[in-house]
Design a protein around this ligand. Structure first.
Ligand SMILES: NC(=O)c1ccc[n+]([C@@H]2O[C@H](COP(=O)([O-])OP(=O)(O)OC[C@H]3O[C@@H](n4cnc5c(N)ncnc54)[C@H](OP(=O)(O)O)[C@@H]3O)[C@@H](O)[C@H]2O)c1
Length: 248
């Protein structure tokens, strides 16, 4: 299937690692120009750009810093003059304590929300003006199954992800008339480098046993759904929360 990314411009926040990286590389292979953002590990973003080819760029962006969000979008517009796709993928793990389990009442959330509620909201606000002018856009927000199902000991994460569902459904309704389709992808536990390092062996085995496919997903299994929903080939799907979870 031709996703029709030729001459299209994609911005993938957190594109330097994990699911964002797999998505950025897939988009580049499909012919898109791709900007990948990173917060601190510039070398990871540079490696993605090197692999993606001369149609890619790396831009710093910190979800907790509104000025850096504006600057990143400006850099993309300055280089390529448009932004067709936003993949809102970055997650700031600041203050997040999933393992070992910490009771709800001991989990701080203010800093986490500042980055992971305000951040994706601001990134979307920064790209929509260009999409309105273009009369075309795609936004794919990366949530997680925790946002739909809840996650014991992960209240801040599941709350922030659930908020993305409200944003997805609202923007789909508000921006559909101007040619912008907005969806969320909800990955289940996905073996990124970060998760592999964080997830204790026992928790991993429990998840694998519970999964209908008896294993965790890899980032390259999540990326194709993001690419399709974010592509010009998607003309009819908007406002959806799409699970990519191996059935869990
Ligand atoms: N992996 C899973 O099991 C899973 C499950 C459900 C949902 N998800 C969602 O999928 C998305 C990607 O997850 P992942 O596991 O692929 O992530 P990851 O491998 O940990 O990569 C995180 C990315 O976000 C960037 N980042 C970190 N803090 C940031 C900040 N404050 N501002 C802007 N960017 C920041 C990182 O850049 P630096 O490296 O430079 O810091 C990196 O590019 C997230 O939204 C996550 O919630 C993942």
């Amino acid at each position: 299937m031709d996703l029709r990314f030729e001459d299209r411009v994609a911005l993938v926040t957190g594109g330097s690692r994990g699911i964002g990286r797999a998505t950025a590389l897939l988009l580049a292979r499909e012919g898109a120009r791709v900007a990948v953002t990173y917060r601190s590990r510039a070398e990871d973003a540079a490696a993605v750009v090197a692999e993606a080819g001369d149609q890619a760029m790396a831009v710093p962006l910190d979800l907790a810093d509104a000025a850096s969000i504006r600057a990143a979008v400006d850099a993309v517009l300055a280089r390529w003059g448009r932004v067709d796709l936003l993949v809102g993928n970055a997650l700031a793990t600041v203050g997040l304590t999933l393992w070992p389990p910490t009771p709800f009442e001991e989990q701080p959330a203010a800093e986490f929300f500042r980055a992971n509620l305000d951040g994706p909201y601001a990134v979307a606000q920064a790209v929509v003006p260009a999409m309105r002018v273009q009369g075309f856009g795609r936004i794919v927000l990366i949530s997680g199954t925790s946002g739909a199902d809840g996650l014991p000991f992960g209240a801040a994460l599941s709350t922030a992800k659930a908020a993305l569902h409200g944003l997805t459904r609202t923007l789909a309704k508000e921006l559909g008339p101007v040619g912008v389709l907005v969806n969320a992808v909800l990955p289940g536990t996905t073996l990124t480098e970060h998760i592999a390092a964080l997830l204790p062996a026992e928790a991993r085995a429990t998840r694998e046993r519970a999964s209908p496919i008896r294993r965790l997903l890899g980032p390259e299994e999540v990326a194709p759904m993001i690419a399709f929903l974010g592509s010009p080939a998607n003309t009819g799907v908007t406002g959806e929360l799409v699970r990519v979870s191996g059935g869990l």
